[in-house]
Design a protein around this ligand. Structure first.
Ligand SMILES: [Fe+2]
Length: 335
């Protein structure tokens, strides 16, 4: 009886069924945005490949991938900020992407052989329009003694702070970076506290006159109601740093294929999908980030913030300098 029914349509069904269970991709992600659900749903719809997702802090996921080794299920690792990508690289969890098509789609400074950006974010200087008539025009300006007691940043243990300093190391060298960290520390309005939104809130509350934050935290306050920010956002000015020099520091959301990935081909399909216009929109808009594929528009709120010239330094070099950046902050005593 068994042999009888395992023929024709049922046999085909069994075979398809077997194939279907293999059609999956395992994603370890440290991005926690609701719109990423829509992205993964769209991928499954377009390819039939189901997505199993584990979300956690980047460092936890890196450690998990490392300790699972050959038995691991992870196919791709997704994170934000090249400082975290650097830690993943250091833990040696990636294999080469082997996707030559990326060369046409993603600017060369936003990828290496092992990972690629799929969206970008900018680190911006914000200021109180009522109190600051001559806002800083460069990151270096933040260290100018004329801004003593005015500047708010988050703690140097934060990866965004480390990547910015790493980019200064790449452009100006370690001595200049040390001088910068000392100068900014001496200009602080308060001990570093809170996240990027809290630096912007500091301007609204009057505690800070100048603040460093990623652009999308401001865009979020424009697009919706962010308590402590939206009600005073009209009074916050935007200064896109380094427009006359190296360009504004940008960072990335990034994706790479895990060395021990059981589903490498599906991982490549997922990465290719991140660069389609549909996916670029879902991934970038969800957090008001900028698409990496040229010619695609950012979200309305991000657009409202105006245009700027981004720093084009290879982010792989910035990643490589991030340990030195942390060392310098520790050395000068930046909290
Ligand atoms: Fe963030």
């Amino acid at each position: 009886m068994t042999t009888k029914i395992a023929t024709g349509a049922l046999a085909a069904l069994l075979i398809t069924g077997t194939a279907a269970t293999a059609q999956e991709v395992n994603v370890y992600s440290s991005r926690h945005y609701d719109t990423d659900d829509a992205f993964f749903g769209a991928f499954t719809e377009a390819t039939g490949i189901s997505v199993n997702r584990i979300e956690d802090d980047a460092d936890v996921l890196i450690e998990r991938i490392r300790s699972e080794g050959d038995l691991g299920a992870a196919d791709v690792f997704i994170t934000v900020d090249v400082g975290r990508v650097a830690r993943a690289d250091e833990a040696d969890i990636f294999q080469p992407l082997n996707m030559p098509e990326l060369e046409d789609e993603v600017p060369a400074n936003l990828r290496t052989d092992d990972w690629t950006a799929f969206s970008t974010r900018a680190r911006v200087i914000f200021y109180d329009k009522n109190d600051v008539t001559d806002p800083p025009k460069t990151y270096d300006d933040l260290a100018d003694p004329k801004y003593k007691g005015l500047v708010c940043t988050r703690s140097s243990s934060n990866v965004y702070m480390q990547s910015l300093l790493a980019s200064i190391i790449v452009h100006e060298g370690e001595d200049a970076a040390r001088e910068w960290a000392t100068g900014v520390m001496n200009n602080l309005a308060r001990d570093p506290v809170g996240g990027d939104t809290d630096q912007l809130r500091g301007i609204v509350s009057g505690e800070c006159d100048i603040a460093l934050a990623n652009h999308y935290y401001f865009a979020r306050g424009l697009a919706g109601e962010v308590s402590g920010l939206t009600e005073g956002i009209e009074d916050i000015g935007i200064s896109w740093p380094n427009q006359e020099t190296t360009g504004t520091h940008i960072n990335i959301s990034a994706i790479g294929i895990v060395k021990t990935a059981p589903n490498v081909e599906n991982a490549r399909k997922l990465i290719a999908f991140t660069l389609t216009p549909e996916a670029q929109k879902l991934l970038a808009d969800g957090n008001n980030e900028f698409p990496v594929v040229e010619g695609l528009e950012p979200s309305e709120a991000a657009k409202t913030m105006g245009e700027f010239r981004p720093d084009e330094v290879p982010l792989g070099e910035v990643a490589a300098a991030s340990n030195t950046a942390q060392m310098i902050y520790n050395e000068v005593g930046y909290k």
